[in-house]
Structure formats: structure tokens, C-alpha cells
Design a protein around this ligand. Sequence first.
Ligand SMILES: [Zn+2]
Ligand SMILES: [Zn+2]
Ligand SMILES: [Zn+2]
Ligand SMILES: [Zn+2]
Length: 179
Amino acid sequence: ISLEDNSCDQEGPTLQVQASTGIKITDYATSQTFLLPRSIRTLTTSSFSGEKRFVCPHCSKRFKCFSQLEIHERSHTGEKPFRCTLCGKRYAQKGHLYTHQRTHTGEKPYLCLHCGKGFIQKCTLDMHQRTHTGEKPFICVKCGKGFTKKCNLNKHLTVHSDPTTGLYVESGQHDLNIR
Ligand SMILES: [Zn+2]
Ligand SMILES: [Zn+2]
Ligand SMILES: [Zn+2]
Ligand SMILES: [Zn+2]
């Protein structure tokens, strides 16, 4: 076994640090157990104790695995290596691509607890569930009325726009003239 094994998967040797005896390493591939003497423990624990040795050159955030750093770095570089094979849209993270591809496959893994309706994204489900719970997180700043959806609030906001002055009030800005 290599002491420089920094891979992220769980298939490598596992490590138990025992305060009194030293380091016990169990290699599940061979079912062998190694006990490292205390003298070399000080040299090896740092590489095993979860030290985050991969540092982002952009923001100095630290990561345990190179793959984690790689994914994080894309948030700085804007690199999007995951491409949808069906429509060509690109994504920085695999998970985002998977979520997107559900729009093609029709897969709806997020089910409403109240009515059983399926949704592609968790946020869409959350939004839908508010129609059951009556939660209205979008509040009109003008009159305090609550709305379940942002688009409904936006629609409502036109009520407060005054057509006689030609001013359309949107997100606190008064410089939009609709005439
Ligand atoms: Zn960074
Ligand atoms: Zn697509
Ligand atoms: Zn529902
Ligand atoms: Zn209002």
C-alpha cells in the first residue's frame, strides 16, 4: 500500500489512529492489517487526517481532493465541461446537467407530498407545495399583499403603477417610462 494514496474513493486502505499503539491500517483488498510504529506516525498522520492540501489559486479555499478543487475552480474560470448531448447546453457541474436532462427525459423525481404531482427540480416542487401550505413568501412592498409565486407578485405590481403619470414602478426604480 502506498502512503501517498490521496484518492477520494473509499476502496483504498482504511486508517485507524490509535492513540496508544500507533496507526492501524487495514487493507481490505488483502484483508491484511498493518500497524505502523509510533515513530513514523508523526510523519504520516498529516496525509491521512483529512488535511486539505489542495488550495484554490483564485480564492485560497482548501480541498481534500483534487477533484473537489477542480469542480470548485470552474466557479472562477466559468469552464463548463458537461454538455447536454441532446441540445448542446453546457454546465459546470454534472448535477446541473443531470437536472437539465430531466427536461428531455421527462423524469420527475421530486414528488409533492400533498397531491403526488412530480417535478423536475426541487425549487419547482417547493414553489408548488406552497399552493397547499398557503405560504406566501412574495410580499408586495406597496400594499403588503402576499403571493405564492414571484410572477403573480410582478403581475400584481402593475396595479400600483400609475398610468396617468406614465411611471411604471418596478423593483424600486422610477425611471422606466412606458408611454
Ligand atoms: Zn476558489
Ligand atoms: Zn439538453
Ligand atoms: Zn401538490
Ligand atoms: Zn400591492
